[in-house]
Design a protein around this ligand. Structure first.
Ligand code: FMN
Length: 171
């Protein structure tokens, strides 16, 4: 029985990860690059669309990190991280930080924020966070950050849905 038939019959069916990914792609998100520093001070980052708001008071945000990510160790040990919300003209940065390995920061305009956290220039918003909580989440770990500082611009954010980038017309 496929997923749609199981839903119609009111029964649970084995979940096909590929179909699940397609269904989740119907949920429109922004795109972020989450960054941190290794213990030796090297910048690390990856493209993330699992970012979300949690709480305003206290100020909390979350994102989930694949256990398989090359940057997993760096974020697992990091006391702080930064979330760079990409602007609609930063699609190339999203693609660059979604590739594992290599020098992701080479030739990229970035500056150091609180604690030296890498902030990408031209982003729609930045959040500098303290890693407040870590929860197991299947093949990901869920990281909750306490927002220590933030800023945003009038740049329109980049949008992602159904595995593709999109632009929005803000009213
Ligand atoms: C739009 C988009 C969103 C992504 N969101 C996430 C995410 O939320 N969590 C995650 O672990 N990987 C996510 N990825 C995949 C990582 O960016 C990708 O696996 C990257 O190579 C990881 O870098 P690393 O292996 O250097 O750690 C996303 C990729 C794209 C293109």
């Amino acid at each position: 029985m496929n997923g749609a038939a199981a839903l119609a019959a009111g029964e649970a069916a084995p979940i096909d990860p590929i179909q699940l990914r397609r269904a989740l792609g119907s949920f429109v998100t922004g795109v972020t690059v989450v960054t941190t520093l290794t213990p030796s001070g090297e910048p690390v980052g990856l493209t993330v669309n699992s970012f979300n708001a949690v709480s305003l008071s206290p100020p909390l945000v979350l994102w989930s990190l694949a256990l398989s990510a090359a940057s997993f160790e760096a974020f697992d040990h990091a006391s702080h991280f930064a979330v760079n919300v990409l602007a609609q003209d930063q699609r190339a940065l999203s693609e660059r930080f979604a590739r594992t390995g290599g020098d992701k920061f080479g030739g990229v305009a970035w500056r150091k924020g609180i604690g030296g956290l890498p902030l990408l220039e031209g982003s729609a918003a930045h959040f500098a966070c303290r890693t407040a909580m870590r929860y197991p989440g299947g093949d990901h770990v869920i990281l909750i950050g306490e927002v220590l500082a933030h800023e945003h611009s009038e740049r329109a954010p980049l949008v992602y849905a159904r595995g593709r980038y999109a632009q929005i017309a803000l009213g």
